[in-house]
Design a protein around this ligand. Structure first.
Ligand code: ADP
Length: 160
């Protein structure tokens, strides 16, 4: 069979255990998962794209099946340029649905050969988001259940 490549795009500001769960579970279906950081000019991110990439690399460790990259330009063009067939996204609450539905429809209108595949969040990460983690970290709360140790350190540096 062909090499099945999925691109897992997101802000990853910063990467959480919820993202890592989706990436690892994605590897049960895909040979390669490219974790792709969106720069998001219109979102105020705490970390630069370079910092986000660094944290993801540290979090995923040395696994030849996982690549980490920054998305240049339109997502769908990026996915095609990587020879990937699938966009991999996670779904948490119903509140994620509308946005994800819109995005998936839009991307399929632009390129009908690239499918978006969703994995439902694991129960223990259903409430977890980068925003929540940042909020708790900014208030000096405990985040060890939510993000890898390296990310905890980076957050502590930002909010010190
Ligand atoms: P974006 O700004 O593109 O939504 P995020 O970094 O917030 O980027 O999320 C990237 C993807 O990871 C999205 O599909 C999101 O739904 C998913 N995701 C984020 N947190 C979780 C979680 N706790 N469980 C499952 N999926 C998640």
């Amino acid at each position: 069979m062909n090499n099945r490549i999925a691109v897992c795009p997101g802000s990853f500001d910063p990467i959480t255990n919820g993202h890592l769960d989706i990436i690892q579970r994605g590897l049960k279906t895909f040979d390669t998962v490219i974790v792709a950081v969106a720069k998001n000019a219109n979102k105020n991110s705490l970390f630069s794209a370079e910092e986000r990439v660094e944290m993801i690399k540290e979090a995923v460790g040395h696994d030849p099946r996982i690549q980490v990259d920054v998305i240049e330009g339109l997502l769908i063009n990026y996915v095609e340029s990587k020879g990937a067939q699938v966009i991999l996204r996670g779904l948490r609450a119903v509140s994620d649905f509308e946005y994800e539905f819109q995005l998936a429809q839009l991307n399929r209108t632009i390129h009908d050969q690239i499918e978006t595949v969703f994995l439902m969040t694991s129960l223990r990460y259903g409430y977890l988001s980068s925003s929540i983690v940042k909020e708790i970290a900014s208030l000096n709360g405990p985040i060890d259940e939510f993000v890898p140790e390296f990310v905890q350190k980076k957050l502590a540096e930002k909010f010190s």
